[in-house]
Write a protein that binds this ligand. Structure first.
Ligand code: GDD
Ligand code: MG
Length: 339
């Protein structure tokens, strides 16, 4: 079984963190995000994954190499100019080794979807494409998917202000090889805005499959934080973690001062120092950072090598790599973006 992982986006909603690290390589529970996806795919019987890269492409190969340490074969399809989600798939097709159906994953989906069941559904339904579907409270940020009574997709409307249903594209697909080959090569194509509407218009068999296992797109500050905390506390499943669920994850080399309190799924990065009496709740601190004594962080993301002064209050704020917060400062936000 083969898969393509779409990892070429710019991750603009997660700036400034994504100015130095592409979104799919940001740490979740201490390891690059797509490690969770790659090991989930391996668990489902995938043995070869093509990473469709563009933005900061070299960082993926530098970290994962040929995939041997994960027990997978990895290939890299690099777009020198981003080709969009559909163009990326077409570009990655040339790297596939077999000719069976292919699992496609957006590179920011954390979840427990049963990939084996999804491929079975695709095969038994003789589908051209099968989409994983979810119901969400606010569908406007997603691809809105209308299905008929037997689960066949009749409309796909990407990011519409007037959603016809609360059923959305969850960002995992199975494509037949013919459907991949039918994407026009060598130009920008959006699978959501062009390929899906075209397949539906041509009367191809596009099927939807509901699966209500844990699911989260980690592509916004709030969901990036939630994904971390859910992995630590055991709410989100991962094939990449063998730690037992806990209230906090303290990575190797970190030092926690006397009386410091960590809660809510907080992650403290490698070699990071947390001062005495500091309080960290639902926060993610990257590697090599320093949190001053008595600082209070809630719903905060603190980039690599950043320094938070003693007694500072940071609430709902995302701070980039090497950010500096003076002692006693108060930064209160709704997880906005600061350099
Ligand atoms: N290789 C490559 N090239 N990858 C790309 C490109 C590109 O030009 N553009 C985006 N990607 C990758 C991103 O890195 C990400 O992993 C994935 O494609 C989806 O892009 P996002 O930017 O995260 O899209 P979204 O979250 O707004 O919407 C998508 O996901 C939703 C579910 O979370 C769409 O597929 C929606 O329809 C869907 O509902
Ligand atoms: Mg996304």
């Amino acid at each position: 079984m083969e898969a393509i992982l779409l990892v070429g986006g710019q991750g603009t909603r997660l700036r400034p963190l994504t100015l130095t690290t592409p979104k799919p390589m940001l740490p979740l529970a201490g390891i690059p995000f797509i490690t969770h996806q790659l090991l989930r795919a391996r668990q489902a019987g995938v043995d070869h994954v093509v990473l469709a890269t563009s933005y900061k492409a070299a960082m993926f190969r530098d970290h994962f190499g040929d995939g041997a340490t994960l027990g997978l074969a990895l290939s890299y399809a690099v777009e020198h100019e981003p080709l969009g989600t559909g163009g990326a798939l077409r570009n990655a097709t040339g790297h596939l080794r077999g000719d069976g159906p292919v699992i496609i994953l957006n590179g920011d989906v954390l979840g427990g979807l049963d990939l084996v069941a999804m491929v079975d559904h695709h095969r038994h339904g003789a589908a051209d494409v099968t989409l994983h579907l979810r119901r969400v409270p606010d569908p406007t940020a997603y691809g809105v998917v209308t299905t008929d009574r037997d689960g066949r997709v009749s409309a796909f409307d990407e990011k519409t202000d007037r959603p016809a249903t609360d059923q959305v594209n969850a960002g995992t697909y199975v494509f037949s090889r013919a459907a991949l080959q039918a994407i026009p090569p060598g130009r920008v194509v959006s699978v959501e805005r062009e390929t899906f509407p075209r397949l539906i218009g041509e009367g191809r068999r596009v099927l939807g499959l509901h699966d209500d296992a844990y699911w989260l797109d980690i592509g916004t500050p709030a969901t990036y934080l939630r994904g971390n905390c859910d992995l630590v506390t055991g709410l989100a499943p991962s094939a990449a973690l063998d730690a037992t669920p806990a209230d906090t994850l303290v990575l190797a080399g970190a030092e926690i001062g006397d009386g410091a309190e960590l809660s809510g799924g907080t992650v403290v990065g490698h070699r990071t120092a947390v001062g005495a009496q500091a309080q960290l709740c639902r926060s993610v601190i990257f590697d090599d950072a320093a949190i001053g004594a008595g600082a209070r962080l809630t719903d905060a993301v603190v980039g690599r090598g950043a320094r938070i002064g003693a007694g500072a209050v940071v609430d709902g704020v995302m701070l980039g790599d090497r950010a500096e917060v003076p002692p006693g400062a108060r930064l209160i936000g709704a997880v906005p973006v600061r350099g």
